[in-house]
Write a protein of this length. Structure first.
Length: 279
């Protein structure tokens, strides 16, 4: 991989950084922000005083077999960020630099006055804010579908700022269909989209229930919503009965176990905007 970068991989304005640069930027990794799937996040500052976020891939010994995909994931993320469709997507982060000397790390142009992950149970995280997150999430999935990208992440890899704009700070490419999905067939792209629709339904359900998923993957979520009387909205969220029922129905269609019966992403976005606009 080092040879790949030295041969002149086009990474735009992102700079190749040394481990010494990382130590200086993060003040010897003294201000941790939290953890994501691959490792850790740190607050840092560039020479001009610009605040940034540094993500590292942490290799754990002796269980190194958990880390065999880290170099590939590190490479994938840098390459993906050069795609024009992702560069213009507000839900991805701009790369300032990256390091592969002693430590795998990426430096992002990312500053939050208050950084936090999706706060499902927070009282101040109200209905309007939750629907903003849901809408942004759907628009992110639309971008990935258009780019024919099959990415995998968890809700813990999504950060939001004070205006409740989402940022996807960690993900990996699903390589089950090959190196990329650029040459994917229509049916392959549809399969990717239907998978995203299911994930959208799950996140939307988490948002309106005010809790993270705690059910088995095979659990019939549509049956669960019916058991709740047609609405899964938490009683403390201020939303009228019609909107509550309609948002629950949208979730039902998205988490249908028969993928062919799930709507496409354009239909989901259109219906979500209609519901939110009326709520």
């Amino acid at each position: 991989m080092q040879g790949t970068f030295k041969k002149g991989l086009n990474v735009g304005d992102a700079k190749i950084l040394s481990h010494g640069d990382l130590e200086r930027i993060t003040n010897n990794f003294s201000d941790p922000l939290g953890r994501v799937g691959c490792g850790s996040l740190f607050r840092g500052f560039m020479n001009d005083g610009k605040e940034v976020t540094v993500k590292t891939w942490d290799f754990m010994f002796p269980a190194v077999y958990h880390c065999v995909g880290y170099p590939r994931n590190f490479h994938d993320e840098i390459v993906l960020m050069e795609r024009s469709g992702l560069k213009s997507c507000p839900f991805f982060l701009k790369l300032i630099g990256f390091c592969f000397e002693k430590k795998l790390a990426i430096v992002y142009d990312l500053k939050f006055k208050r950084s936090f992950w999706l706060p499902f149970g927070w009282a101040e995280f109200g209905w309007k804010e939750r629907m903003r997150v849901a809408t942004n999430y759907a628009l992110l999935l639309k971008t990935l579908t258009m780019e024919k990208l099959d990415l995998v992440w968890s809700s813990g890899d999504i950060m939001i700022d004070e205006e409740y704009n989402i940022k996807l700070i960690h993900y990996v490419i699903n390589h089950s269909k090959g190196e990329t999905c650029d040459d994917a067939s229509v049916s392959d792209v549809m399969e990717i989209e239907k998978g995203y629709i299911f994930e959208f339904g799950i996140l939307l359900l988490e948002l309106i229930m005010k809790r993270k998923r705690a059910w088995h993957a095979s659990y019939q979520l549509s049956s669960y919503i019916k058991e709740k009387g047609g609405s899964a909205v938490h009683e403390t969220l201020e939303v009228d009965a019609v909107t509550s029922t309609e948002i629950s129905k949208l979730i039902e269609t998205c988490v249908c176990m028969e993928s062919a019966q799930r709507p496409d992403i354009e239909s989901v976005i259109s219906e979500l905007k209609r519901i939110v606009g009326s709520g």
